[in-house]
Ligand binder design. Structure first.
Ligand code: DQA
Length: 138
């Protein structure tokens, strides 16, 4: 099973960025744990701060991977282009957020990804990624 995690802008700063919201673990450390836990999965990871690069990656993997776990970060709330890309592909997408976006500012309540996603996991810290992965596996 081939699954990719795609992370959007500023998620490269996990570990140091607003740790009271996003925790103190770097994504690289968390990703290594996830790979170790799910050795049966061909799990890869891509991060970009650039909207077009995220769209390119979604298109690139969107017809032969088994699943995409997408945290488009701030672009979730602004990007019609990323929403359209998720709509255009065949691979199912699970939208993920580390924080509970619904307990935060109003502008975080909108998602251009959600209408085209298979499901959504929000608010469980980094564990949200594992929950999404388990959803694909089950
Ligand atoms: C986030 C929530 C977004 O609102 C925010 O812009 C992020 C991270 C999350 O995982 O909690 O960068 O997607």
């Amino acid at each position: 099973m081939k699954i990719i995690i795609i992370n959007g802008p500023n998620l490269n700063l996990l570990g140091t960025r607003e740790p009271e919201i996003y925790g103190k673990t770097t994504f690289q450390d968390y990703f290594s744990q996830l790979q170790f836990k799910h050795k049966e999965v061909e799990l890869t990871f891509f991060q970009s701060n650039v909207e077009g690069e995220l769209i390119d990656k979604i298109q690139e993997v969107g017809f032969d991977y088994d699943g995409i776990i997408l945290n488009a970060a701030a672009y979730t709330h602004t990007s019609v282009g990323i929403g359209d890309a998720v709509k255009a592909i065949k691979t199912p997408v699970i939208e993920v957020h580390i924080s509970n976006t619904f307990s935060r500012e109003d502008f975080r309540h909108q998602s251009f990804v959600a209408p085209h996603s298979k499901g959504i996991v929000i608010g469980f810290g980094l564990h949200s990624y594992d929950l999404a992965l388990q959803a694909f596996l089950e």
